[in-house]
Design a protein around this ligand. Structure first.
Ligand SMILES: Nc1ncnc2c1ncn2[C@@H]1O[C@H](COP(=O)(O)OP(=O)(O)OP(=O)(O)O)[C@@H](O)[C@H]1O
Ligand SMILES: [Mg+2]
Length: 503
């Protein structure tokens, strides 16, 4: 017997200028992994926030176990058995795992926290679902995949039956994704039900029992994974054919743009993160930096763009010294940087989208003249970029914080691609983007290369590295383990190098 644990009927949610959810209906069955697919800005997170009580729907009805309910707030949602792991985590970095799990439902013993009985209950949950975690570790010291597990345990500790996972795989390594999928299977095997949001169609086909697709706030279709393929899902999502393979001509490298010699970068605790790294990138070529997250790529990029200091070694951009140059100096030397963490670096969320589009050029002509801000110029520039890069927003005057997850990324990409540059350093440039937007950004990257830009792409997505790169540098343990021409190596071989295996 099919048992519907959650149903929404005709949910509509409006924001000023947008209908984020336009009469959405959908059902979640017990023991099911239900994938929710849709373009950036389609309304997925909004719908989940409605179900979780963060937003009140303007119209429509929610049923839990076939009973009509009004979910007042997240506390109420949890009490009704619905838990959510957000697109951006909400843990306290300096708390232990145990403290984070208990936070919000803690009991006290006089002035001190009572952690003894929660510890027992939580350990039971960890064992039951094979969640393998040390409760006494400080949360910020854990890899992202394990931090996410903390969020899941937090929900399970509150005895939820329905779990909403909003893009849980966007920041995970392939190994972590496998581990998460094992956990998800173990959850549904024991009667939990899961709504799973992702932009990776391969994952949907692998793990989902049922698929619902939304576009511009409306349900446009549903599918069973065994009857669907990536191409048909992509078309349903975006509403047009998406070319999932990139076509590019052979690179014609020209003059030297970036030269890195014997670079060493240490973290705040003195650990060597980048270990004697040397490489060069010429105009007209794309060099991909492959590696499992945490092998020094982040620190390499941050050192190159002036966000963290280097210990030793040299960097030259266009033949000029750029070791330990400030971010503004690096920018002024003709380079663009797409940062890995789109919410923390490179943007000011309470500012308008327009202001963020000129965040590193606002003081230059035509946006300022004799120190006076040129409002019309800024507006025109921003409106044009919003349209070209399809940043989904009713107005460039809205705050950056109102954007959906993937549209944050599109906003940064738009800004960084639209300045006269000859060096592009792009860290995870398509993280969280839908297939149509990935296609668009990849074309822009190739275009930059063909205009004579030197391009460095750092990505943990092996497919992306393989598609874009002319040369591939693989990092392992802070070192360059190998540099290869992209057309002379297979994906499997790069995968082995990423794991530290050399021939
Ligand atoms: N708090 C808000 N204020 C104003 N507009 C909002 C707000 N939250 C979402 N929106 C708008 O609602 C629409 C749907 O956004 P939502 O975050 O639900 O998209 P999404 O499908 O989750 O996209 P993504 O894949 O990029 O995460 C977007 O146009 C977005 O700009
Ligand atoms: Mg979202």
């Amino acid at each position: 017997m099919v048992n519907t644990v959650l149903e929404v009927q005709n949910i509509t949610k409006r924001f000023p200028g947008v209908i984020a959810n336009d009469s959405i209906s959908f059902k979640l069955n017990k023991g099911e992994i239900h994938a929710l697919l849709g373009e950036n800005g389609a309304g997925k997170s909004t719908l989940m926030n409605v179900i979780y009580g963060l937003y009140k729907p303007d119209e429509g009805q929610i049923f839990i176990n076939e009973e009509a309910v009004e979910v007042q707030n997240p506390h109420d949602a949890i009490a009704r058995g619905i838990g959510m792991v957000h697109q951006h985590f909400m843990l306290v970095p300096v708390f232990t795992v145990l403290e984070n799990i208990v936070l919000g439902s803690e009991t006290t013993n006089g002035p001190s926290l009572n952690l003894r009985s929660p510890r027992k209950d939580i350990q039971k949950i960890i064992d039951q679902f094979n969640l393998d975690i040390d409760l006494d570790t400080i949360t910020e010291d854990l890899p992202v995949g394990i931090q996410q597990r903390v969020e899941i345990i937090k929900a399970l500790y509150r005895q939820v039956d329905i779990l909403v996972l909003d893009e849980p795989t966007a920041v995970l390594t392939p190994q972590e994704v496998d581990d998460l999928f094992k956990i998800m299977r173990s959850l549904v095997d024991q009667g939990k039900s899961i709504i799973f949001i992702t932009h990776k169609l391969k994952e949907v086909i692998e793990i989902a029992d049922q698929i619902t697709v939304i576009r511009r706030g409306k349900v446009v279709g549903s599918a069973k994974p065994d009857e669907a393929d990536q191409q048909s899902l992509a078309t349903m999502m975006v509403g047009r054919d998406v070319d999932m393979h990139l076509h590019k001509k052979k690179a014609e490298p020209k003059e030297m743009i970036l030269e890195v010699n014997n670079l060493v970068v240490k973290d705040a605790n003195g650990n060597v993160e980048v270990d004697d790294v040397s490489f060069e990138i010429k105009a007209g070529e794309i060099v991909g930096i492959a590696g499992v997250q945490g092998n020094g790529q982040t620190e390499l990029v941050n050192a190159l763009v002036g966000m963290i200091p280097t210990e030793s070694g040299t960097v030259k951009i266009n033949g000029l010294p750029a070791t330990n140059a400030s971010p503004r100096k690096v920018t002024e030397m003709g380079s663009a940087h797409i940062p890995e963490d789109r919410l923390k670096d490179g943007r000011v969320l309470p500012f308008t989208i327009a202001d963020n589009m000129v965040l590193n050029t606002y003081y230059l002509e035509p946006f300022a003249k004799s120190g006076i801000r040129q409002q019309e110029e800024i507006k025109e520039f921003a409106v044009d970029l919003v349209e070209k890069f399809d940043v989904r927003t009713p107005s460039a005057e809205n705050t950056a914080s109102s954007l959906s997850g993937g549209n944050h990324q599109k906003e940064i990409d738009a800004r960084e691609f639209s300045r006269p540059i000859n060096l592009l350093i792009a860290a995870q440039p398509t993280r969280g983007l839908d297939v149509g937007s990935i296609e668009y950004i990849h074309h822009r990257i190739i275009e930059k290369r063909d205009e004579g830009c030197a391009v460095m792409v750092v990505s943990t997505e092996l497919d992306e590295i393989m598609e874009l790169s002319d040369r591939i540098i693989v990092m392992f343990n802070g070192k360059i383990i190998d540099t290869v021409n992209a057309d002379e190596i297979t994906k499997e071989q790069v995968g082995l190098l990423m794991a530290g295996v050399t021939a």
